[in-house]
Design a protein around this ligand. Structure first.
Ligand code: ATR
Length: 275
């Protein structure tokens, strides 16, 4: 009996993940016989799960918290961008048993930004980033690749911003968290990568008084879709891009590699995931 190709998302907890909805929608939309499921895996079971999945018909997987960093030690081949970011979110199980690991978060961010703000010019000025966690790392790599001339960071814990600068070099500068609005003065792109503004979390309070209405403002938070930060930026006249697009676009490269079809991220995709 031939098995249908399977993929899934590995994490803990995993019930909140939108990836099963997204990939199942795409499988259905393109009439592909395959399956995509949520896989709740604790840290101590990560290695054995990765060994077992190919035998169960799995051709790949997405990886989410808390395994995005630790999964790298079990990969046989890691893309340059995943190495630079220090984390992976997409795995391919090769037929010879080897595991290929990539990080598509930065790609997802950039594809979402270009879709939501088609006139965005990476070279038009600095990018200002709030936060210095895993998402910020992936976004910095993508922004630098796109040719953004300067990246300014503000993070509550300054040491984490310093660590990012040490990894990414001269193009990154740091502003104190309490003076974070200072980095908005010349910014062409503004990104909230913290969890502030998420439903149930603290509000994200920053003055946008010095921000140019020409700036493009994005938030990686997508619950709610229109965060108070995005609403304030839109009121200032800025183009805004919500966080759902990054999540949807980061799934594209994996789906294409596993199932042989490059999937669309459009209104129908958004509606299916939000339903
Ligand atoms: P992710 O992988 O989504 O980036 P993370 O690595 O846990 O998640 O990073 C979360 C980011 O949100 C960090 O920049 C964190 O700041 P610290 O480095 O100081 O922890 C930021 N963050 C979370 N809660 C915050 C809060 N209440 N105020 C300010 N920043 C906060």
């Amino acid at each position: 009996m031939t098995q249908i190709p399977r993929a899934g998302v590995i994490g803990n907890p995993i019930s909140h993940s939108l990836s099963p909805k997204l990939h199942s929608y795409w499988l259905n939309r393109y009439g592909i016989e395959g399956a995509y499921t949520a896989l709740q895996v604790t840290e101590d079971k990560l290695e054995s799960t990765l060994c077992d999945l190919p035998g169960k018909g799995f051709i790949g997987a997405n990886v989410t918290l808390p395994h995005k960093v630790s999964v790298l030690q079990f990969a046989d081949q890691v893309t340059d961008r995943a190495t630079l970011i220090g984390a992976a979110n997409t795995l391919i199980f090769k037929q010879d048993g080897r595991i290929f690991a990539d990080n598509t978060d930065g790609y997802g961010f950039m594809a979402s930004l270009r879709q939501g703000a088609p006139d965005w010019d990476p070279k038009a000025g600095p990018a200002a980033i709030f936060g210095a966690g895993g998402a910020a790392r992936a976004i910095i790599v993508a922004l630098a690749d796109a040719g953004v001339p300067e990246i300014i960071l503000a993070n509550r814990t300054r040491a984490k911003a310093e660590a990012l600068r040490a990894d990414f070099g001269a193009r990154v500068s740091i502003v104190d968290w309490v003076q974070a609005d200072k980095m908005l003065e010349d910014a062409n792109t503004v990104i909230n990568t913290t969890s502030l503004g998420m439903t149930g979390a603290q509000e994200f309070k920053v003055s946008l008084d010095t921000l140019s209405p020409k700036a493009v403002v994005t938030d990686i938070v997508y619950t709610p879709l229109q965060t108070p930060f995005l609403i304030a930026a839109a009121e200032r006249g800025c183009t805004t891009v919500d966080g759902l697009g990054m999540l949807l676009h980061q799934g594209v490269p994996g789906f294409e590699r596993w199932f042989g079809q490059r999937p669309e991220v459009d209104e129908a995709t958004r509606a299916a995931v939000l339903a």
